[in-house]
Structures are given as C-alpha cells and as structure tokens.
Ligand binder design. Structure first.
Ligand code: HEM
Length: 435
C-alpha cells in the first residue's frame, strides 16, 4: 500500500487537502507543506532542492552546526549534576542552527540586539502551537457548514499564532532588504542565508509563477518550523528509548569509545563508521515517526509493516540491513517518499545523528527524581508532529571512565575545528586551540 501510494500513484496523490490551518497559518497554503500540487508548488520545490538544500549549500553551513553543537555541549557541561528538560536544550540548539541558516543570525537569542521581536521562550511556544494546530481535527475542514462555529476554537488560535509569526517574519524580511539595499550600492552584497536567497529568487524575471513577499514568508516559516521541531522531537524520543533500555545505551557508548576514542567529540563525517548510532536513529524514526500521517495523504502504513515485535525498541533490526530512510525502502519512511518527500531530510539527519552521538558520547544521563525505567511515560501528543506528552526530565553528568575521572581531557574536534574544553571548578569554557 505504501509503495502504491508513494510510487505507483505518486503523481495522482501528491496533492494536499485545503485545510483551515494551511490557509491561515501558511499564507493561504503557499508554503510547501500545504501547497496543492500545482506549477507554483513545482517551482518552489525546485528552489528548495536546487538552491536552499543542495549538498553544496548545506556544506557551506557546516560551521554553523559545529558552533552550535559546541554551544550545546558547553551548556550541558555547565549543568552537570543538575536536572534538566532535555527538549528545551535541544530546541534552542536546533532553533539556533536553523535560524542562522535561514535568517543569518539568532533572532531569537537573548544576546541578540533584536531580541525585542520575540523571546526564545515565546517562539518555542509559538512553534508548539503551530505544529499542534496543523495536526488537529478541525471540524470545519470536514463538515464545512459547521466551520463558522469554530467549536474547539482552533481557528481563533490559528489566527492568533499566525499574526505572531507574521510580525517576526516581516521584521526578518525588512532587515534583509535593508542590508541588501545598503550593500548593493557598494557591490558587496552576496546572499549569506536562505532568506537572502529567497529574496534574490523572487526578483528573477524568468520565474513561471510570481513569487511574492507572502510566499517568501511562507517558506521562511516552514524552514524554521521544519528545522526545529522534527529534529528536536526525534532526538528526545531517541534518548527516551535509551533511558528505557540501558543495555542499548551501553552498546552505543561502546561503539563510540571504539570508533571515536576518549579524547574527542563526534563529527558528522564519523557517521558512516557508527552503524549502531545510525541503527538507533532509524529505530527511533520507525517507532516515533515525526509525521506519522506523512502530512495527510498516507495512513500509518509503514508503522506496522511486518516488523517482528514492532513495539520493541530494537536497533539491531537495522544493523547489517540495507534499509535507508531516503524513501527507497517502503518499510521505513520517516521523511516520506516520492514527489512530496521531505526536502530537508539531509539537514535533519545530520543534526539528529551528530547531536545524539555527542550527547551519548560526552554525558551520562539518569532519569530525574529517582524515576525507574518502567515508570517513564512514553505517551505522545498527536498533531502535525508527535512529541512526548510529558517532556523528558533527566539528570546530566559528565561521563566518567570508571575511576571518577572525566573521560575527556576535554579536547574536541568537530567537523575539523579543534579546541580545548576546560572543565575546571565547574566553570566550563570552550576555546579554540590548535594542537
Ligand atoms: C527529523 C527531521 C525531519 C523529519 C522526520 C521530517 C519529516 C517529513 C515528512 C514525513 C514529510 C511529509 C512527506 C510526505 O508527505 O510524503 C515532510 C515534509 C516536509 N518537510 Fe520535513 N522532516 C524533517 C526535517 C525537515 C527539515 C530540517 C526541514 C526544513 C528545514 C523540513 C521541511 C519540510 C517541508 C517543507 C516539507 C513539505 C514538502 C512538500 O510537501 O513538498 N523537514 N517532512
């Protein structure tokens, strides 16, 4: 069935239903997620794949992921011995990565001079809200004559959240236009982030379909939404499963010790040598697909495809098996397949795998408040994405080598950048150093 929908009949079924959420929260369905299968969608899809997410473009943003991974581990060092909500740290990290890639800076960071636009905390709740509202069963979508009653107040909430996003996106575009105006007079302007690219594309006179300011805002919104929520939710589920299965965690740590050693962090280029980490990622995506309905067009088919013990978290099922997540193997489709397959899958995979590997490699995690593995609730919230219902609360500690010593002399090298992490007196700093 999955194969028939996504391959054989892909072109017939590549449309999306027109929902109130699509109309109100993504600029009249002009983002990619809710856009119908039209020449406009094909044009935008081409922009995403050949301009925004080409392999070369993603590589040009490698340094951003390196810096933000450093910031994440640095922040966790500082919290050693304390309880924390894992999702909060992951969300800030992923949000910073994507907002630097898409908007050119951390608009949502307290340190940023533009922090007045929206606080990081408010932005996170806006994202939660928009994801929830894009996945709810809104009565008016199914029984239009009942729509005016807005029985659950979803439509009202959609209007509120989209106004908030619009204020932020207006500000982002204004800033980019101002910078372009200022710099193009001296010929020194070059696109440095995805909003720059979108603005440049919009000026192209050869475009088949006009690309408006609202269309740019819709793409910017989906870049930020897609780049933050899915990876955050997936990593949180992976760590939750590892908390329930300490033997699997131990096996993953052993792989990391063997392949990476005890003196450096994991780099994205290490991933082909870490089959067990890859298997954990796949198994997490199998059990907790971020978009189980694949943005309405396909039922939960792949979740039940003849896996043995489908409800057991068992990464081994993917070890030495040729099952990838790129839409070729219909038993595992975390990013969908065919024409509407996720255009951000490469970025998503990079972020998930390297963040997860470093969190396992550098830290010891314990359920907070003395909770037992069995007591850990695994209920999910069902919206456009499927996060944990109760956020994962863990105690974080620097990993020890059994003698109580810190495992790392805190030397690290991520994506070719080498540095030295000092953990003296609990005051953690990362500073660049060449060895
Ligand atoms: C863990 C990471 C991610 C997962 C699991 C994921 C999953 C998905 C899924 C299942 C779909 C629907 C595919 C279908 O209908 O066949 C999708 C679509 C989409 N994703 Fe992702 N995604 C991830 C990361 C990203 C990132 C990083 C971005 C962008 C920054 C992104 C942007 C999009 C967009 C725009 C679509 C709509 C594509 C279309 O309808 O043409 N996603 N994603």
């Amino acid at each position: 069935m999955a194969k028939q929908v996504l391959k054989t009949h892909d072109s017939c079924l590549a449309g999306r239903p027109r929902t109130e959420a699509g109309v109100l929260t993504t600029y009249n369905c002009s983002g990619m997620v809710w856009s119908p299968y039209t020449p406009y969608w094909r044009q935008v899809r081409k922009m995403w794949s050949s301009e925004l997410f080409s392999r070369k473009r993603l590589e040009s943003f490698d340094y951003i992921r390196v810096e933000e991974t450093q910031a994440l581990v640095n922040g966790l060092f500082a919290l050693s011995g304390k309880d924390l909500k894992v999702k909060e740290h992951l969300a800030v990290n992923n949000m910073n990565v994507i907002s630097r890639i898409a908007f050119g800076k951390k608009y949502l960071d307290g340190e940023c001079d533009d922090s007045g636009v929206v606080s990081a905390e408010e932005f996170r709740s806006m994202l939660d809200e928009i994801f929830l509202l894009n996945g709810v069963l809104n009565i008016g979508d199914w029984i239009p004559w009942l729509g005016f009653m807005d029985l659950h107040w979803y439509v009202k909430r959609m209007r509120v959240v989209s106004e908030k996003f619009d204020r932020l996106l207006e500000h982002v575009i204004d800033e980019h236009k101002e910078r372009k105006l200022l710099m193009s007079s001296s010929d020194s302007w070059a696109p440095k982030d995805m909003v720059d690219l979108l603005l440049e594309i919009a000026e192209d006179p050869s475009l088949e379909v006009k690309f408006t300011r609202s269309n740019i805002k819709a793409q910017a919104l989906e870049l930020i939404g897609g780049g933050t929520e899915s990876s955050t939710v997936t990593i949180e589920w992976a760590i939750s499963e590892l908390m329930k299965k300490p033997m699997i965690l131990k096996k993953a740590q052993e792989e990391l010790d063997k392949v990476i050693g005890k003196e450096r962090w994991v780099e994205e280029k290490d991933m082909p040598n870490l089959p067990y980490i890859q298997a954990i990622t796949k198994e997490t995506m199998r059990m907790h697909p971020v978009a189980p309905l694949l943005v309405p067009r396909l039922a939960r088919e792949h979740r039940s495809v003849s896996w043995s013990e489908p409800n057991e978290f068992r990464p081994e099922r993917f070890v030495d098996k040729v099952v990838d997540v790129k839409g070729h193997h219909f038993e595992l489709l975390p990013f969908g397949a065919g024409r509407r397959m996720c255009p951000g899958y490469l970025l998503g995979l990079k972020v998930i795998q390297s963040t997860l590997a470093n969190l396992i490699h550098g830290f010891e995690w314990k359920l907070a408040g003395g909770m037992s593995e069995e007591g850990l609730d695994m209920e999910e919230i069902f919206g456009l994405s499927t996060p944990r219902k109760i956020p994962l609360n863990l105690e974080v500690n620097l990993i020890s080598n059994g003698n109580g010593e810190k495992k790392f002399p805190q030397r690290f090298s991520i994506l070719g950048i080498q540095g030295y992490v000092s953990t003296n007196l609990g005051v953690e700093t990362i500073r660049a150093a060449s060895f």
